[in-house]
Design a protein around this ligand. Structure first.
Ligand code: FAD
Length: 434
């Protein structure tokens, strides 16, 4: 008998990491993604590889998972991570007592935290406001999700996974009780195909409930779709990520991304992840709030803005999404009488490796396969400019050396806007994975 056949729906950070985890354990995996490399939220997020400190006060579990995966991802995906460090700064007028809760939360979650000398900080980061009263340093980092996801897919491909981008899952094959496969449609050519499976993993982020079929008896997941707008400013002002030292709120973080800065975010609930309307005041609001931490930012103006949708699990008391948990969970639809499909909901890009390992363990248990996850030690494949390394990667993935060379050139020393361009997304999806 061959290896169990797994179909993963959704090629964001969650589905791509699951594909790598399972292919690395020897499963026969096919990834179905209806868009390109940056099809969903993972292509429209803030760029932070969390240290966990942002959640240290009210969610120590998420904070601890954040620092754990931060350390692993920095090691296995060096090509995608910039070790900027992060600053949490309290300004004049902010509640200074929050600092004590912040420090004890970081300690409880094992996040290294160090109080900074404010005058020294202002020498090192001269664009920061002089209104800073108190500041702490934590190991926040910046992650380029285009490089991260592309390298996950390249690695999974070298492990034998089939990557089908631009391919939408449109239906299930079922005998009424068990899912036997999926029907997919190529969005460019319109061609349809059936793919058989022993297990389908629904990892479609904010779209998980669209996949679940009520006709077959699958129950919807209790999710909250929390959208957020981010504003890109055409200049980098700081070496470090800058956060306001207070409970997470709107416009309280600035992420330096290559030569630009991303101010974020807002938080508002949407019913449908395909219909997100950005409030026209959001960019102005973000610029205004961002300028409280970096006054010069206001002079730059917003170059571009965009929004993504957080696929969060509802805790019943989610407000505008800020109060909702950042935890993740696996849902087994066998409990509803439908076998052959599981769903993963919640989480963050920064905890995608941990989510994948949990899914991998679940699938191993279900199928009787005894293989440990190796994702905490496998360095993700990424083209290196050295000829012998390019040749090696080309051999492992079957991708032409000149295409790999161009990928390095296109994603090195570029601005956020260059890397996250729809043109790059389409071109590289075709060149690498068609
Ligand atoms: C405003 C904002 C800021 C954020 N900032 C950060 C941050 O700084 N750091 C961090 O760690 N996290 C951050 N997050 C959270 C993080 O971006 C998400 O948790 C993560 O990207 C979700 O990944 P995913 O793979 O689960 O979902 P997605 O990336 O959305 O992937 C799901 C995929 O499923 C595909 N799909 C849907 N339907 C189908 C179908 N029928 N067939 C095939 N494919 C389908 C979609 O095209 C999509 O690509 C942020 C989120 C938002 C909204």
């Amino acid at each position: 008998m061959g290896a169990p056949r797994i179909v993963v729906i959704g090629g964001g950070s969650t589905g791509s990491f699951i594909t790598h985890d399972l292919a690395g354990r020897g499963f026969d995996v096919t990834l179905i993604e209806r868009g390109n490399i940056l099809g969903g939220t993972s292509g429209r997020f803030h760029g932070l590889l969390h240290s966990g400190a942002r959640y240290a006060v009210d969610d120590v579990k998420t904070a601890r998972e954040g620092i754990e995966d931060n350390l692993v991802i920095s090691k296995i995906a060096k090509h995608a991570v910039e070790d900027t460090g992060g600053i949490f700064a309290s300004l004049k007028g902010d509640d200074q007592s929050y600092a004590d809760k912040f420090v004890s939360g970081c300690k409880a979650a094992s996040i290294p935290v160090e109080e900074l000398d404010v005058s020294k900080l202002l020498e090192d980061e001269p664009f920061l406001t002089r209104e800073i009263k108190l500041a702490f340093k934590v190991p926040d980092k910046v992650i380029n999700s285009f490089r991260f996801i592309t390298s996950l897919l390249l690695t999974a491909k070298s492990e034998g996974a089939r990557i089908k981008l631009n391919t939408e899952m449109v239906g299930f094959d079922s005998d009424g009780k068990t899912i036997k496969g999926v029907s997919v449609r190529n969005r460019e050519t319109g061609a349809s195909e059936k793919i058989s499976s022993d297990l389908v993993i629904n990892a479609s982020g904010p779209w998980v409930n669209n996949i679940l079929s009520g006709d077959l008896g699958m129950k919807k997941i209790d999710m909250i779709l929390s959208a957020g707008t981010m504003a890109v400013v055409g200049r980098r002002f700081t070496e470090s990520v800058v956060n306001r030292l207070r409970m997470p709120s709107d416009g309280d973080i600035i992420v330096p991304f290559f030569t630009e800065s991303i101010i974020g975010t807002t938080s508002f609930i949407v019913e449908d992840a395909d219909k997100v309307e950005i409030d026209e005041d959001d960019p102005k609001f973000l610029l205004e709030e961002g300028s409280k931490m970096i006054p010069a930012i206001k002079k730059c103006g917003v170059k571009r803005y965009y929004a993504g949708v957080r696929p969060l699990l509802s805790s019943g008391n989610d407000g505008n999404g800020r109060e909702a948990s950042r935890d993740f969970r696996i849902f087994d639809h066998a409990s509803e009488g439908v076998n052959g499909i599981i769903t993963i909901g919640g989480g963050k890009l920064s905890t995608s490796r941990l989510m994948a390992e949990n899914i991998g363990d679940f699938v191993c248990q279900r199928t009787g396969v005894k293989e440990r996850s190796k994702t905490d030690s496998i360095e993700l494949l990424w083209p290196d400019i050295k000829k012998e390394k390019l040749d090696d990667l080309s051999r492992k993935t079957g991708i032409n050396v000149s295409v790999l060379k161009e990928l390095v050139a296109e994603t090195s020393s570029k601005t956020y806007s260059d890397i996250y361009s729809p043109v790059n997304d389409i071109v590289y999806s075709r060149m690498l994975f068609d």
